[in-house]
Write a protein that binds this ligand. Structure first.
Ligand code: HEC
Length: 196
């Protein structure tokens, strides 16, 4: 799918971004549940709040530059103890917003059974949904535009496609990777997840 198609598909949902952002000052659950929402990385207010949430609750494990902990890619038995990178070197641009929101809420990817050894906390019981939305928006805002476009294609209707994209935009070097490409890059997308 070309970029213009993705962006066209995404236009109707920008109004929804405003609705989600409006809730971000609130501790109530996000109306309609996660499925009808996405984290708008173009919403500066939401991203700024997400940065604060990240600094308070995530930085100790995932790192100041979202770089993850040393050896996070090593697929040994201690894999669930090491926080993976959340920046462009990690696998999260291959996850939909819904998957990211669910991961922060429940402490594990929806496609992966909870691992009792995992150090990833479930923030759902202790964090406002607006803050979970904000922190995911902050994480996405740190990705290069190519990854943001590619990731938005995983959302319903391409929600969350960046509002402005440079003319020399291109897909990431591994684009919606096949198993081989992702293994070469050291990623663990859902279909080849060593934690399963
Ligand atoms: C105590 C350490 C710790 C804290 C604090 C923490 N994480 Fe994690 N996180 C982890 C670990 C370890 C994993 C990998 C879990 C696994 O493999 O089972 C992980 C996994 C994740 C993933 C899934 C990555 C993937 O595979 O796609 C996301 C997203 C994530 N964390 C976001 C966050 C956010 C956002 C916060 C703050 C609100 C946070 N984490 C706080 C340790 C932590």
């Amino acid at each position: 799918m070309g970029l213009s198609l993705i962006l066209k598909a995404a236009i109707p949902v920008f109004g929804m971004a405003a609705a989600a952002a409006a809730l971000s000052g609130d501790v109530r659950p996000v109306e309609g549940g996660w499925r009808s929402h996405f984290a708008d990385a173009d919403d500066l207010g939401l991203v700024t709040r997400g940065k604060q949430v990240y600094a308070a609750h995530c930085v100790s494990c995932h790192g100041r530059s979202l770089q993850g902990q040393p050896l996070w890619r090593t697929a040994d038995e201690d894999r669930p103890l090491r926080a993976p990178a959340l920046n462009e070197t990690g696998p999260d641009w291959m996850r939909s917003d819904e998957e990211l929101l669910a991961t922060v809420t429940d402490g594990h990817l929806p496609s992966v059974a909870p691992n009792p050894r995992s150090r990833m906390p479930a923030f759902g019981p202790v964090m406002a949904q607006g803050d979970i939305l904000a922190v995911v928006a902050f994480i996405k805002a740190r990705w290069p535009v190519s990854l943001r476009v590619a990731q938005s294609a995983l959302n319903p209707g391409g929600a969350g496609a960046p509002r402005s994209v440079p003319d020399d935009w291109r897909f990431p070097p591994i684009c919606m990777p096949g198993e081989t490409a992702s293994k070469q890059a050291g990623f663990s997308p859902p279909f080849a997840d060593p934690r399963r």
